[in-house]
Design a protein around this ligand. Structure first.
Ligand code: CUA
Length: 274
């Protein structure tokens, strides 16, 4: 801007300029061709480079490992080909991984800074992303689209493992031989129930779990319900069926993402919150 201002002033119109302009301007075809064809070739080169890079970024190799990603306020969920569901993304090293992502509520954005990939995750449609991790390790995942109160806590990890360990992890039944109450604790933390339901009695987006079990809960429609196994199960699978008085119907469903054993574990965990 400074240079432009300087030249504007330096080459301002002065007396006698008309005579100078009346003379013919020298012309060089060679220079004109150079500065026209040169940039044209540069643009074609850049465009080709851009298209190749873009296609490489958008289109996953055909032999990619596919993982479903579901976003909801405020947690990520990953499902593998065999039906295994995890809260962290497990990926094999040196193999392309394609994520097929959707949201169950608002727009989120799946972001792995270490892999230089980020993609919006939108309700009602699928967006995709792929990467190939070249080193085993643990990498941070962020939500990069503001999605409500606990947006900044909507975190996860990508755990990149050697192929054999990856296969073992994806095929392991991590609920086997684990006490129900511990499964419930994992659900509470892994599904980010903790971002809305406290354990210390303080109300957040939803009612606190402290002392909830066995209580008679007043509902928004004026009726009431006893907090028992069936009420909790219904509230997990169909959260809007019965809304506790004083709260908004904003909880997403966990239908399909929690198995019976997870729900039973969660109920045991809730019973323990006296
Ligand atoms: Cu999800 Cu921000």
């Amino acid at each position: 801007m400074g240079a432009a201002g300087y030249w504007l002033y330096k080459h301002r119109r002065r007396p006698g300029d008309e005579e100078k302009l009346a003379k013919p301007t020298p012309h060089s075809t060679a220079i004109e061709v150079f500065w026209s064809v040169g940039p044209l070739l540069a643009c074609i080169g850049l465009f080709h480079w851009g298209v190749v890079s873009y296609m490489n970024m958008r289109v996953a190799p055909g032999d990619s490992v596919q993982v479903q990603v579901r976003a909801r306020k405020w947690a990520w969920e990953f499902e593998y080909a065999n039906g295994k569901i995890t809260d962290q993304l497990y990926a094999p090293v040196n193999k392309p991984v394609r994520l097929i992502m959707t949201s169950q509520d608002v727009i989120h954005s799946f972001f792995i800074p270490d892999f230089r990939v980020k993609q919006d995750v939108v309700p009602g449609r699928y967006s995709t992303l792929w990467f190939q991790a070249t080193e085993a390790g643990t990498y941070q995942v962020f939500c990069a689209e503001y999605c409500g109160d606990s947006h900044s806590n909507m975190l996860s990890k990508v755990v990149v493992l050697p192929p054999a360990e990856y296969d073992a992890k994806v095929n392991e039944d991590d609920t086997k031989g684990v006490p129900l109450v511990d499964i419930g604790k994992k659900v509470y933390e892994g599904k980010a129930c903790n971002s809305c339901h406290s354990l210390d009695g303080s109300p957040r987006v939803g009612p606190s779990f402290k002392g909830l079990w066995g209580k008679t809960e007043a509902l928004a429609d004026g009726s009431s319900v006893t907090v028992d196994e069936n009420y909790i199960r219904e509230s997990i699978l169909n959260p809007n069926a019965k809304i506790a008085k004083g709260f908004q119907p904003v909880m997403p469903t966990f239908q399909g993402s929690l198995k019976d054993r997870h729900i039973e574990g969660f109920i045991e965990f809730l019973k323990a919150q006296k």
